[in-house]
Ligand binder design. Sequence first.
Ligand code: SF4
Length: 424
Amino acid sequence: MKILSCYVNEMAITVNRVEVSPFRKLNSPIRKIHYSGVRTRDYEFHFNLKGEIKMIRGLGMNWPHPYNWLKRSDGNDWVYYRTGNVAKRQVLKFFGEYYLPCLSYQSNQIFEFNPYTDPAVAAALAAWSQLYANLYGTNTDDLKPEIRDFIKSVIKNGEDVLHQNAKDFHEITGGRISVLPPDARHVNYDVVPVMISEGCIYNCKFCYVKSKKKFNSFSKDKITTQIDALKSFYGENIINYSGLFLGNHDGLFAEFETIEMAANASYKEFGFEKHSVRPAMFLFGSVESFLRSDTKTLEGLNNLPYHTYINIGLESFDKETLDLLGKPLSPSLNKEVFEKMVEVNRNYENIEITANILLSEDFSENHNNSVIEMLNSVKEKTNKGGVYFSPMVNNLDRVKSLDTFFDIKNQVSYPAFTYLIQRL
Ligand code: SF4
């Protein structure tokens, strides 16, 4: 489709843009986004192919940084992306990306920073309401049909409709998704979520994202119905997604046949083959589901048309800490998982396993020391896999947690990042 532009009512409108995502990493595959944009004197707005507002960036002197953005998720949350340094640390070093998502809801952030009280951010959100009103009042008679259609599609997606769309989205997925795998950062959390199971097998005491349901794997029919509904929900905007999340808290505990069926059906229905980069698939796994994954399962996963990321919650290698967390695992079992994880990352090109470890000022030195010891047991240099350190939600001293993270990171060469719990 041809790019078309016009200038009307002090708004520069451009439709059918295809650009490299502003969130790309220098060493990652280039992902392109398809969108239409409106530029005013003070702001830049991006809309997805359904005409829904997607991003806002300030252009004036008051905007905190030219590379900072506000992005709206499919769950209708605004997320402020901050670049550069936070608490005097480079974001890239602790988050693995050039930006740090700042959430508008309670989570396990590792720093105290609330951009939503910043007048510049509040003004940007108000500017979107003003833009909507201006587009609504624009006489489109003399405009090219593509621009007219774009304005119509934005007007169709006012605040109440965006709210309803998110409700419809959650209806399809069986409710709001309480947590996305940390690896979803590789596609900037733009994932299509297909639930293949619900619940989890441990129901750990410390966890606030669990559903409290017993583990249950979904039938083929239920998964197919969901994929069909998601296909119609995304419409042509599906072109902007190259990540699939097979949820929920322990997707790997579903039978391999279920995973394979959902992965292949999604690949076909969501048109993932149209992307020039290999799509990414994300799952959470548990100690049990990963340990029972035999060679046949791993080879099956490796042969799927995705780069598959599996994230496993280990939380600690220290007995006292695991007991405190109410996580029914042992240090020896977690050690076994960690060793298998390193081996799988070494031997399977299209599978990448990562693990979660908890971070808290309340944990003993043994917790930190046992993690350091385990990570240092890996002698080879690698960029595949890694460990995410997740601050406990009730941590009062966030800056201290960041210091603790760097204390550990500086003593290991294994990839280590922090984990920010994000919902969808
Ligand atoms: S930490 Fe993972 S396994 Fe434990 S309750 Fe939460 S979701 Fe379930």
